[in-house]
Ligand binder design. Structure first.
Ligand code: ADP
Length: 437
């Protein structure tokens, strides 16, 4: 049995992880991205890709059977017929110009996930109105392009990266669902509204979309020679960094959820039912035979960080009795405006009354975040998601055991820190098993 390599290109760096047939980690390498000008990005990504693979011990590389890559969602490149980027990439947090978003609003259905200034389609439309498109043949996401460097086939993507490009996984269903099946050549999955100008001119640039984890093709021969990887090693369709982190958690049953307690509060719940509620920014990615339903709140760790240093968060938390609720009810936000679980663009931060004792204040904040998290899951369940069974936790807040106890009280289900939180691990699982569910 061979090994599987998952490669994560995240927001601040890249990481590679190799797992064996029992999903145990055999090797790991990582790099932080240096400060880069937009023009330097693709060359740097390519160098880091080779460096990561080069750091895997040769005796591990010689047993690789599958490789998959995840990238940041909505990071896109415009490439020529050979897959060479023609312009600097548009990054996940870049936005299109307001006029292009306004135009898109007249073309896509109200509330569609593409209707955000940072969506892949908004960026593509924006670029198509400002740069010379004569030589542009392919739109590629970051993960598509990096995988292309390995397998050499242009114009392929996965349905996770393509959701914010307008691809509808329900329209493109049941294509290339199993490992090793031939990739169909038709372009399905892009809805009818793509056939109106000016989107119809962009249609030929859009990738053919296949299931995350399905085989695309073997590693290119020159890389087989360079890295001593078997010529049979398959490159698989990838995913986005946040879905890879969900897969890494091991959540694999309806009702299992992952809360990310990072700068923001992000909820993802596995559901047999697809839920798209644009008003709340809730949308669903297909994950195996289920749907991964998610929502992101503007509240989260960034607010904690605005009041406390990391060491204060650790130290003060130890003085909180998680079983003795305070009477404080906050809505912690850095600035007005919330979308999920309350859709109110003008919602004011609620951070008073502020007790003098910082332990009490922190307790009020942690309880309030737990209440908002529970409210988020209730909203998903109220719209058809299954009842919560268990919540795995990722992100900087996952280490806080006191908070975990408070959250458990609010969520009424067991909460655990996810055993594996690295997106690279989730992507290695994807490479190893194809669709994880
Ligand atoms: P990002 O979303 O920026 O990648 P991380 O996953 O690195 O965020 O998490 C950073 C956040 O974790 C910070 O905003 C901080 O508030 C929170 N955090 C760090 N340590 C603790 C702690 N001990 N208790 C609660 N929250 C913490």
């Amino acid at each position: 049995m061979g090994y599987s390599l998952g490669i994560d290109f995240g927001t601040s760096g890249a990481r590679a992880m190799v797992i064996d047939h029992q999903d145990q980690v055999l090797a790991e390498a990582s790099y932080r991205f240096p400060d880069l000008s937009p023009e330097e990005r693709t060359d740097c990504w390519q160098e880091i890709l080779w460096a990561l693979i080069g750091e895997i011990p040769a005796d591990v590389r010689s047993h690789l059977q599958a490789i998959a890559i995840n990238g940041t969602s909505s990071t896109i490149l415009l490439c020529d017929a050979e897959g060479k980027p023609l312009y600097p990439p548009q990054m996940y947090n870049d936005t299109c110009d307001p006029a292009s978003l306004e135009l898109l609003t007249t073309l896509a259905p109200a509330g569609h996930p593409v209707l955000s200034a940072s969506s892949s389609l908004a960026k593509l439309l924006g670029m198509s109105r400002t740069v010379d498109m004569t030589s542009v043949c392919y739109l590629m996401h970051q993960a598509d392009w990096l995988a292309f460097l390995l397998h050499g086939r242009v114009g392929l993507s996965d349905d996770h990266n393509s959701l914010k490009l307008g691809y509808d996984p329900a329209l493109g269903q049941d294509r290339s669902t199993s490992r090793g099946r031939a990739i169909p050549t038709d372009l399905v999955g892009y809805p009818d509204w793509f056939h109106q100008p000016p989107l119809n001119q962009l249609l030929p640039l859009l990738p053919q979309v296949i299931r995350p984890g399905s085989n695309i093709g073997p590693l290119q021969p020159h890389l087989v020679d360079r890295f001593g990887i078997p010529s049979t090693c398959q490159i698989c369709a990838g995913t986005t960094d946040s879905i890879a982190a969900f897969i890494a958690s091991g959540a694999n049953q309806p009702g299992m959820a992952v809360t990310s307690l990072g700068s923001t509060l992000v909820l993802k719940l596995l559901s047999p039912t697809r839920i798209d509620l644009a008003d709340y920014g809730i949308y669903s990615h297909r994950l195996g035979k289920y749907w991964l339903v998610g929502g992101a709140s503007n509240t989260g760790g960034a607010v904690l960080q605005s009041f406390f240093s990391p060491s204060e968060l650790t130290e003060l938390s130890q003085h909180i009795d998680p079983h003795q609720p305070s009477s404080l009810t906050y809505y912690p936000l850095l600035k007005p405006g919330e979308r999920f679980p309350i859709n109110d663009p003008c919602l004011e931060p609620q951070l008073t009354p502020r007790p003098e004792d910082p332990v009490e204040f922190l307790q009020g904040l942690l309880e309030s975040l737990a209440r908002i998290e529970a409210q988020g899951y209730h909203l998903l369940v109220a719209h058809g998601a299954p009842p919560l069974k268990v919540v795995y936790t990722a992100g900087g807040g996952a280490q806080n055991i006191v908070w975990q106890t408070i959250r458990q009280r609010h969520l009424q289900v067991p909460c655990y820190a996810a055993q594996h939180q690295q997106a690279a691990y989730g992507t290695a699982l994807l490479a190893a098993h194809g669709s994880p569910l």
